[in-house]
Design a protein around this ligand. Sequence first.
Ligand SMILES: *Cc1c(COP(=O)(O)O)cnc(C)c1O
Length: 427
Amino acid sequence: MSYFSYKNDILHAENVALDAIAQQFGSPTYVYSKAALTANFSAYADACRQHSPAPDSSLICYSVKSNSNLAVLQLLSRLGSGFDIVSGGELLRVIAAGGDPRKVIFSGVGKSREEMRLALSHDILCFNVESIPELHRLNEAAAAMGKRAAISLRVNPNVDAKTHPYISTGLKENKFGVAYEDALACYRTAAVLPHIEVAGIDCHIGSQLLDDAPLLEALDKLIDLVDQLASEGIHLHHLDIGGGIGITYDDEKPVAIGSYLGRLFARIDAWRQDKYQGAPIKVLFEPGRSIVGNAGILLTEIQYLKHSEAKNFAIVDAAMNDLMRPAMYEAWHGVQTVARRNSAEQVYDVVGPVCESGDWLARSRPLAVEAGDLLALMSAGAYGMTMSSNYNTRGRAAEVMVDGEQVHLIRQRENPADLFALESLLA
Ligand SMILES: *Cc1c(COP(=O)(O)O)cnc(C)c1O
């Protein structure tokens, strides 16, 4: 079900017309649907309850980097979510939003000492460690604070996620994780460090995966490692399969969350029965895009139409600094006119005002539009606002969350003075 649909030829977010939002909050503006966020999170939570009913036997750790607005984090936290963070800043966001740091896992290849201290001081659930030097640095940081850091090793299972090379992370040549062949040796090292507590294992093989076969293949490889570790007396408490399930941008047909989790828990259950008499190992997930991607759109206004011999351009007030994905990965976002027109369509490239040829948002789209019309760039809830920048001294867009008939401003539009407030002139 889509939470963005036409009513009387006007595109709505839930029950609010998008032209009314543009009128009240200006453009460009990110618009999120609370009901969509709730439904997407619940798809995970319901499947976990169904397939892994034992208390505390699963945890969904929403990937903060996909959309880190405080109101989004607050909503997910209230629904019971934990969080997967990749920086100290994201931890502070989770806390500011009322999230529980003891449900936080910390991923990323480059954690600084300060970030480790911050996370240790808040007793986060687990550090997903990606290298041996990081393990030693964490051991030292924990020692200095008289603590033990719970860790999981991010293992690179060397499976092909069959997705865009920039968002594929589980192959040998990626910078992420420790090589599968080296994992046992890394765990042996970790097990004897006095301020490290070996807690789990994790992987994250890529993003926008449509099929769960690579994830189930990665799961089998993790399970093999858990068994080998157990035979050496290293017993893990959790298994973290990462995020990565894709969404429909155009006509992609991603696996349903319920079916994926059903298959995943079936394998885990069979293994637990066989090897551990059903003793629970907690299962963690790190979904991002599949929770927020289709829960948000970017609302923008056409400034000019430009017709050249080779192409027609719709020049809008959003740009690559607002939505980087097309420029960065040639990503495809649907474009819908907020008010339907009956006039004939023409084929347009939708482009922004930034001084780069890479500043395009959509290419070769049939649209019936005039200058001043509003467009919605669909499926922009994930890696939209969080990847935005101030390039060209453009303030970031406003963000609103729609809840039924209500609209909540959840981030004000930045104004130019904000953008250079931290700068100083020479004496
Ligand atoms: C980005 C990321 C995720 C979330 O990926 P999605 O494709 O958005 O689900 C999860 N885990 C890690 C370690 C990540 O870097």
